[in-house]
Design a protein around this ligand. Structure first.
Ligand SMILES: O=C(O)C1=C[C@@H](OP(=O)(O)O)[C@@H](O)[C@H](O)C1
Ligand SMILES: C=C(OP(=O)(O)O)C(=O)O
Length: 442
């Protein structure tokens, strides 16, 4: 589903304190992977708590186009009947991955090891994002590509009839690139190796293991060597998807910065490779308590109790970036409400997300009267009173839209985002949920 439809402007203004309990929607990364591995397994995979956001629904449609059966019952439980690792068929139309880098890159990995041709496209944001980071290693494994300049979508992928395992060191920390190579490796004889100089989210490794793949991870400090034995038989699983920490992040920051707030957030995914934002907010003086820590389906989860707090600025270590890569827009909002300066570095990757998140955050914050300095790979935000009263261009970026709607909750004058529709890619029901908790967004 691309965002060719009409833009939906939204405006937020000061409301009441945010109070009560909420559960953020299912984890986007885990949801994509559950559908993909379910489609590659023998037998049925049953998924509870799947994120029903547009990004994930596009992956569901793509898996059906590859031959899997995907259905949802009245209670919202999803079922995928898989076709086996080597049983996919050629999609008979272009796969439109909408706004989703994860969907596009993981499915390119999947298609790379299959002896047929797959066409990929996406919305205006996704068509602008770099794909050479996956076409490079997938090309080494035997796939061939015809694409627009610099590997951009739309793109045709001719899968390898006899894919070759590779050993590949990631040039940028990217779980999408790692996962694309591992998915292609499923159809290779022998061992596919991915070396990560910096650890990134490991949902693919955890889930491949749960489905029965022979996959090992060797850790040396922050470096990881992942080895996958190809041509496994994967078996359908029952999966419970935790609430997405990257979505809970918006609720956590809103509760911290709106005076008088107290929120309890249930069942939040706490995989240590995802929790950099919570660590940073604790360092900033945030009152966040983690309760009821447990494990669900191979992933750590817990409940968060968050109380409004006076935050102070910090320097976020660059090496923390992979564990909070999607959270910098909302961290910048927390920083705007903090005393002193917050320095964020090591963030060149933010320029190739749904939008150039460094440029878009800097210009939006400054339009709202917040002191911000943009650097080539980072930004510094100095907190103080927030004037607001601006209209923000969101560039088809869900996280930019949600971040500025939260800034509006503490601004002197309302903040408008030009298009809230992309919020449905990762956080359907965001506005209704926020308003139920006490926000004023319309
Ligand atoms: O693998 C994943 O599910 C994701 C990896 C990250 O992207 P990169 O791999 O580009 O860092 C992240 O930004 C994205 O939202 C989800
Ligand atoms: C970068 C993101 O997603 P994707 O790369 O899947 O589009 C995101 O959700 O912030």
């Amino acid at each position: 589903m691309s965002h060719q439809s009409a833009a939906v402007p939204l405006t937020s203004s000061q409301g009441t304190p945010l109070t009560g309990e909420a559960t953020a929607p299912g984890d986007k990364s885990i949801s994509h992977r559950a559908l993909i591995l379910g489609g590659l397994a023998i037998g049925d995979t049953v998924i509870h708590g799947l994120l029903e956001g547009e990004d994930v629904l596009n992956s569901a449609k793509a898996m059906e186009a590859f031959g899997a059966s995907v259905s949802r019952d009245q209670q919202g439980v999803w079922r995928v009947s898989g076709v086996g690792v080597s049983g996919l068929r050629e999609p008979n139309d272009v796969l439109d991955m909408g706004n989703s880098g994860t969907g596009a890159r993981l499915l390119m990995g999947l298609a790379a090891g299959c002896p047929f041709t797959t066409f990929f496209t996406g919305d205006a944001s996704l068509r602008g994002r770099p794909m050479a980071r996956v076409t490079g290693p997938l090309g080494q494994m035997g796939a061939r590509f015809v694409s627009r300049t610099a590997g951009r979508l739309p793109l045709a992928l001719e899968g390898a009839a006899d894919p070759l395992p590779i050993s590949y060191t990631l040039p940028v920390p990217s779980a999408q690139v790692k996962s694309a190579i591992l998915l292609a490796g499923l159809n290779c004889p022998g061992v596919t190796t991915v070396i990560e100089p910096e650890a990134t989210r490991d949902h693919s490794e955890r889930m491949l293991r749960a489905f029965g793949a022979d996959i090992t991870t060797e850790a040396e400090g922050n470096r990881r060597i992942i080895r996958l034995h190809g041509q496994p038989t994967l078996r359908g699983q029952e999966i419970t998807v935790p609430a997405d920490p990257s979505s809970a992040a918006f609720l956590v920051v809103a509760a911290l910065i709106v005076p008088g707030s107290e929120l309890t957030l249930r069942n939040v995914g706490l995989n240590p490779l995802r929790t950099g934002l919570f660590e940073t907010l604790l360092e900033m003086g945030g009152d966040i308590r983690i309760e009821n820590q447990r494990e669900t389906g191979g992933e750590p989860v817990g409940d968060l109790v968050v109380r409004a707090s006076q935050l102070h600025g910090v320097t976020v270590p660059a090496e923390r970036a992979p564990s909070m890569i999607d959270e910098y827009p909302i961290l910048a909002i927390a920083a705007a409400a903090a005393t002193g300066a917050t320095h964020m570095t090591g963030l060149a990757e933010l320029r190739v997300k749904e939008s150039d998140r460094l440029a878009v955050m800097a210009s939006g914050l400054s339009a709202c009267g917040v002191a911000v300095e943009e650097q080539p790979d980072g930004m510094t935000v100095t907190g103080g009173p927030v004037k607001g009263g601006a209209s923000i261009a969101t560039h088809l970026d869900h996280r930019i839209a949600m971040s500025f709607l939260i800034l509006g909750l503490i601004a002197a004058e309302p903040v408008t985002v030009d298009d809230g529709a992309p919020i449905n890619t990762s956080f359907p029901g965001f506005t209704a949920l926020m308003n139920r908790l006490g926000a004023r967004i319309q």
